[in-house]
Design a protein around this ligand. Structure first.
Ligand code: GUN
Ligand code: ZN
Length: 429
């Protein structure tokens, strides 16, 4: 048994600050402590008390730095790391011009290994301890990602992206091969170590009804796994979906009709939802994922976070790299704040931090396991320096309270703010 006691300011949650008053949900201790035992959090409390009660523990004193759960990125595409920040296109052109040619390289296992390793290391450098990734159509890309995550002992969610039309020929599978490969990968990786498999149709325009039917049937066989896809991201995309599926009531219906709507469904973007779609997502208990840097970068629109939260829909936060323009969940929170402002809502730092940690964990159905400083949760932890640059430090020194001290780091911080990261109780070198 190894005990380590982290001392510093601590931040954790005991409720959802998007639905209750944030002050009732967010907990802060300016002289807190987190006791790590092996790979889990054994206690969270007053630092001096924990120190007195655990004299055997090795002490790591972070002073005024902020200790909180590692960030949880609830939707991203690791195969797009090499083409992040590609200029000048909106969704469909961006996919055709930049994304598909890049994804075509991932049948090469060595290439996939290198990008997977780089992406996970970039995530850790930015304080992100869990990634939820689309892979490519190639089984090699899935093996590469899960292998790289296992080497780092990271909790990750991923799946083979399925597409049997409207991409490029090199990226087309079939209804049958999508079913067979997804099933084999699910059986190979789901619940192995910290890996979770997600059934992954890219979005309804790139799957035939036959493929959607096959993947719906697979989900029916494994209803406890997540199913991730995209929903209502951009207006031309929605018009295209209506052309391709003339019988569908709306975009969500193109999933529901094929057994791809359920309580373990994770729908990325969900910006331009119709009232029926909001009501139906809430009714079935599905989750949506807000990808704000992507939504501004690709020009998609302004996600209605408060509307979705008021409807009772679980919501996570995500980078959506490489459609998203940053690996940083700090930048992602800043973009969520700015989109909120454009909708007339000022999100509180507690709400932003909740989205980036516990909210994403809840969307992934991993509440209690990751995304919070909670007894029994994995010791996946990020420590933030709240004065990491000259610009941030001169503002932070004037702060009235922890929220005023943290907000400049949310708005202006990057990987320089990440003082330390712990994964399953081990400090990341
Ligand atoms: N819709 C379908 N595929 C993608 C993708 O790779 N990125 C984004 N942002 N939207 C998508
Ligand atoms: Zn995406």
């Amino acid at each position: 048994m190894t005990d380590t006691l982290l001392l510093g300011q601590t931040l954790w949650f005991d409720g959802n600050p998007l639905v209750g008053p944030w002050a009732d949900c967010a907990r802060h201790d300016s002289a807190g402590g987190v006791l790590i035992r092996d790979d889990v959090i054994a206690a969270v409390g007053n630092g001096a008390t924990l120190r007195r009660d655990n004299p055997q523990a090795k002490i790591v004193d972070y002073g005024r730095d902020l200790i909180h759960a590692g960030f949880v990125d609830a939707h991203m595409h690791y195969p797009q790391t090499r083409m992040i920040a590609s200029w000048g296109k909106q969704l469909i052109d961006w996919l055709n011009t930049y994304t598909f040619p890049q994804e075509a390289k991932f049948g090469d296992k060595a290439y996939a290994d290198a990008v997977a390793a780089d992406t996970l290391d970039l995530a850790l450098a930015h304080g992100t301890t869990t990634l939820t990734s689309f892979c490519t159509i190639h089984t090699e890309s899935v093996d590469a990602f899960f292998e790289a995550a296992a080497q780092r002992n990271m909790a990750v969610v991923a799946g083979k992206t399925c597409m049997d039309r409207n991409a490029i020929p090199a990226l087309h599978d079939t209804a049958q091969s999508a079913y067979d490969d997804s099933k084999a990968l699910l059986e190979k990786w789901h619940d192995v170590g910290r890996a979770s498999y997600a059934i992954t149709p890219r979005f309804s325009p790139t799957s035939t009804p036959d493929q959607l039917t096959a993947l719906g049937a697979l989900w029916g066989e494994f209803p406890h796994v997540l199913m991730q896809t995209h929903l209502s991201e951009q207006l031309p995309e929605i018009a295209w979906v209506k052309d391709l599926f003339p019988q569908a009531r709306d975009y969500l219906d193109t999933y529901e009709a094929f057994g791809l709507l359920g309580e373990n469904g994770l729908y990325g973007h969900a910006i331009h939802l119709e009232d029926r779609e909001v009501a139906r997502l809430a009714e079935v208990g599905a989750a949506v994922v807000h990808c704000p840097t992507s939504n501004t970068f690709i020009g998609s629109g302004l996600f209605d976070l408060m509307g979705v939260a008021a409807a009772g829909i679980r919501t996570g936060l995500a980078t959506d790299t490489g459609g998203g323009s940053s690996f940083s969940m700090l930048h992602t929170m800043a973009a969520a704040y700015e989109i909120g402002q454009l909708r007339g809502v000022a999100l509180h730092p507690a709400q932003l931090m909740w989205l980036a940690t516990a909210g994403s964990a809840q969307a992934l159905r991993m509440e209690g396991q990751i995304g919070n400083l909670a007894v029994g949760a994995a010791a996946d932890i990020c420590v933030l320096d709240l004065a990491s640059t000259r610009a941030i430090a001169q503002r932070e020194v004037r702060a009235d309270d922890i929220w005023d001290a943290l907000f400049p780091t949310i708005m202006m911080g990057d990987d320089r703010a990440v003082r330390d990261v712990w994964v399953a109780g081990q400090r990341v070198a």
